[in-house]
Design a protein. Structure first.
Length: 126
């Protein structure tokens, strides 16, 4: 199965089975942020190692004009449904990337996408 891997999947200790995965550049940004905010040296080293492995394994899908349009559509839907799109901006960018490429979004945090689960094919990684 083809799927876009959410950041939660990328930082998990278990790799998903039978998945042809891709990542969004937004997940790469989250991983870089995670390295920079780590306050413990051992944790920063672990995160840096994970980031290097992800960068070596994937060519991230960019945020294009098409992804930006979809991101805007999803953010408007979140707001119309009483949510706070700015609080979930990176998640929405990842979901928009999945939608634009016509693939499911594989995540360990399906609840983060519950407000738009009718607009995005969200799969819970177990």
């Amino acid at each position: 199965m083809r799927a876009l891997l959410d950041t939660s999947v990328l930082i998990s200790d278990q790799a998903p089975d039978d998945i042809e995965g891709a990542i969004s550049v937004a997940s790469l940004a989250e991983l870089h942020f995670g390295v920079l905010v780590a306050t413990d040296n051992d944790e920063r080293a672990r995160r840096t190692q994970r980031l290097g492995a992800v960068e070596a394994a994937f060519q991230p899908l960019p945020i294009t004009a098409e992804v930006a349009r979809e991101w805007g559509r999803l953010a408007a839907a979140v707001q119309a449904r009483g949510g706070k799109p700015r609080r979930r901006a990176v998640d929405l960018a990842i979901a928009a990337t999945a939608n634009t490429h016509g693939v499911a979004l594989l995540t360990h945090n399906a609840s983060d996408f519950a407000i738009i689960d009718d607009l995005t094919d969200v799969l819970a990684a177990d």
